[in-house]
Design a protein around this ligand. Sequence first.
Ligand SMILES: [Zn+2]
Length: 361
Amino acid sequence: MTRRKSASSLIKIFIATTALLVLAAGFAARAHSQTGRVVESDTHRFTELAEGVWHGVGTGRVHVMSNVMVLVGEFDTLVVDSHVTPTAARSLLDSLSVLTDKPVRYLVNSHYHFDHAHGNQAFPREVEIIGHSFTRQKLNGEIGNVLEETTFHSFSDGVPSTVANLERQAANESDPVRRAQLEQRASVQRDYMNAIPEVSPTPPNITLEEKMTLFQVVERGSREIQLLHLGRAHTGGDVVVYLPQERIVFTGDMMLPGLSYMGDAHVNEWPATLDALKTLDFDWVLPGHGQPFNDRAVIDNFQAYLEDLWPKVARLKDQGLSAEQAAEQVDMTNHSDNYPQLRGPGADPRAVRRIYQLLDE
Ligand SMILES: [Zn+2]
C-alpha cells in the first residue's frame, strides 16, 4: 500500500490543556474537562479520547460527510467507517500518517449508508472489512441497489445545484475574503460531485450477526474491541464499536448529538435498541456526525422524540392524510428544547414516508 505523506508544513499539532470538545449549541451538555491531544492533517482533525483511541472529523478541505474512529495498536490500526467517496477515504488514509505508521488491518462499517461506507473500495485489498450481514447484503446488491435508493439520491442529487449556487454567490460577492470562502466551498463541493461516479459499493468480507470481539495488541497488553448489533435502529444492521476498558462507544448514526436520519430506520424498534445501548458502561459516545458527548440525557431525549413521532404519525395516517401531508402537519415542537430547529410543525418527509411504509408491512 502506498500512502502519501502529508507535507509536514500542513500538519498542525495542538496539545490542548483545557477543554477540547465543545458540543454543538443547543444540546444540554456537561462541560468537558478531560485533557487530550488534537492532531490535525490538511483534511482531518483527530481528537484522542483515550490512549490510541481517536475520533476523526473532516476539516472541510475535502467533503468527507461523516466521522471516523481510529484505534492505533502496537502493530496495526483499526478504522471505523470510510467516509462518503473513495476520494474522501484516500484523504483519511493519507491523514493517518499524522497518528501512526502502523498499517490498517481492519475497517469496520457501522452501517451501509453511503456517507459511511462508499469509501470502502479505497482501502488496500489486504484490509479486512467487517460489518453486519445486513450491511454486506445492502452493499453487494442482495437487498436493493444502494446507488438507486432514495437515501443516496436525496443527498447526492442536489450537489450540482449546490456547486452552481456557490459559484453564483462567489461571482456576485464584492468582499474579497467572503468571495474566497465561497470559491473554496464551491471547489470542495465540485470535487465531491466529481468523486461520486467512482463509487463502486464494496461490502464487508467478514460479517457478524450480534457480536464479535477483537483484541488489539497495545503497549499495556490488549485492547478489547466489541462490535455489537444491539437491534435494528437507524438501519437494519447497525453496529456499535464498544471499548469496555476505555469506556467509549462509537455509535455511527444510531446515536447522534442531534436528530438522526430516519429514511431507512426501524423507527418503532429504535428506542429499545437505545435501551440496550444504555446498558453498556461508557463515558463517551463518539457519533457518526457531530462531536463526542458524555451526557446520557442526549440518548433519553432522542428516545423520547422517536417514541412520540411514531404514534403521532400513525394517528395522522389513520385520519387519511398522505405521508407528505403528515410530514407537514406532525407537531413535534414539544421537543424544541432539545432540538431547536423544531420551531414549527413538521418532520423529515423521508422519515414519515418510512413510518408509513413500516405501518403498512
Ligand atoms: Zn446513516
